[in-house]
Design a protein around this ligand. Structure first.
Ligand code: SF4
Ligand code: SF4
Length: 434
């Protein structure tokens, strides 16, 4: 983005905060077709349900309304969106022309199988060139484990790790810097273990980030485990089958605290070497919530500033997990007023919880200044963590996947010592290194 465009965008965002809102986000599930076999996901290829794809016309209509309503970030998801590559690229181009600045999409990586067959380089170059011809901001590739065999067995995509490694430099040649997307499961540790301990998960995350750097990734993001217990909580119902009752992704509240804490303590070790999207302030807030300190984290903006549209009927939901709250067709929604008040803290969906936690405070500052001041005074360390995250986001050029990392800027985050100054025991709970 040129500097004039950047200033305009910052001004527009400032206006959004002044109105007590956050820059809008739309997750548009383009299809629920998938060719992978992830055990933790109800959309896996052997799951039996009628599959769907959004029509190009509906997709464009939704995007036009999003752009006209000031939505800043659009994620085109699946299923596996690249099963319909031509349509996907047409929608990305349409969103760019409509003026949406942050357009994201990603793949489970099947595109990078059969790397040893002739034509692999040409095939990847063609894809990279097609994406480079759009204004796509983020291109993510799923990676579930530092152990290639574990990742490939989970996904049902043999040989894909080597293929991704070979593909990354080709993308870089085209000015695209893919982001690795980790879905946290019990398999994140190289040895699957029923016992969740901090040491085990610290080691697992260290192995994982090291693996990504060795593969050639320059950006990473973590998807927190979705521990929705369908038996005990009927208020949530996944819209898009992206949950499963598999033990692999089910963690108790105590285990979730350990896993998130291990991630929060590991990220600072790697922030100078790979751009890691997951904000420490959000991890900290979720840890506190799962430790029984609810009320201290920002409410999620799902349904007020962030929305999910499904591929089945093109209907709108507050997020992918509130399938009981159908808000109707997206293009009928007047987003000038939030359709729902931001109050929900029911799940850990990072797509919506991370930006809510990171930015919600700044919206409060303008419309609920007393609440904002109380937030700072009640937990000043958390406030510092938020400011440190924002400083890091700026050093990462807002995770612009069209720019290489600036290691000089990232260097100031080498061995960020906030973690040692800010143990969880100071935040009102403890995680023992078992
Ligand atoms: S997690 Fe993604 S890649 Fe895996 S089965 Fe589900 S939709 Fe497909
Ligand atoms: S916390 Fe956000 S993402 Fe999770 S169920 Fe509530 S509105 Fe949806």
């Amino acid at each position: 983005m040129k500097s004039g465009g950047k200033s305009r965008s910052l001004l527009r965002h400032m206006g959004t905060f002044v109105r007590g809102r956050l820059p809008g986000q739309l997750v548009l599930q383009f299809t629920d077709h998938c060719n992978a076999s992830c055990p933790q996901c109800g959309m896996r290829r052997d799951a039996s349900f009628p599959r769907s794809i959004l029509s190009l016309d509906d997709g464009k209509r939704i995007i036009d309304h999003a752009a006209a309503s000031g939505i800043s970030a659009l994620s085109l998801t699946g299923g596996e969106p690249f099963l319909f590559k031509e349509e996907l690229i047409a929608l990305i181009k349409h969103a760019g022309q409509a003026g949406i600045p942050y357009i994201r999409t990603g793949t489970n990586g099947y595109l990078f199988m059969n790397h040893d067959r002739t034509g692999f380089r040409d095939r990847v170059s063609e894809l990279a060139a097609a994406l480079a011809s759009t204004t796509l901001y983020t291109f993510w590739i799923s990676v579930d484990s530092s152990v290639p065999e574990v990742h490939e067995r989970m996904r049902g995509l043999p040989g894909v790790t080597k293929g991704i490694e070979k593909a990354l430099p080709i993308f870089h040649e085209h000015g695209i810097y893919p982001s690795a997307n980790l879905g946290i499961t019990r398999n994140v540790c190289s040895s699957t273990n029923d016992v969740v301990s901090k040491d085990l998960y610290r080691a697992g995350f260290r192995d994982f980030f090291t693996h990504l750097i060795n593969m050639g990734f320059t950006i990473a993001n973590a998807c927190y485990p979705m521990s929705i217990d369908k038996d005990s909580d009927d208020s949530l119902s996944a819209v898009y089958e992206a949950t499963a009752a598999d033990d692999l992704v089910r963690f108790s509240a105590e285990e979730t605290v350990i896993v998130l804490n291990a991630l929060r303590e590991t990220i600072p070790e790697f922030r100078s070497r790979i751009r890691i999207f997951s904000p420490l302030s959000s991890l900290y807030a979720l840890e506190r919530q799962h430790a029984g300190k609810s009320g201290v984290c920002q409410p999620c903006r799902g349904g007020s500033d962030f929305f999910f549209v499904d591929s089945v009927g093109g209907n709108t939901y507050p997020c992918g997990y509130r399938g009981n709250d159908n808000l109707g067709k997206f293009w009928d929604l007047d987003l000038k007023k939030p359709p729902l008040a931001p109050t929900c803290r029911e799940c850990d969906w990072e797509c919506f919880r991370d930006p809510s936690e990171l930015l919600g405070f700044f919206a409060d500052l303008f419309v609920r200044p007393l609440t904002a001041v109380r937030t700072v005074l009640s937990d000043f360390a958390a406030f510092r963590l938020r400011l440190s995250d924002l400083r890091y986001y700026m050093a990462c050029d807002l995770f612009n996947g069209r720019m290489p990392p600036d290691y000089h800027k990232l260097g100031s985050f080498s061995r960020d010592c906030i973690q040692t100054r800010f143990p969880c025991s100071a935040a009102g709970y403890s995680v023992s290194p078992q």
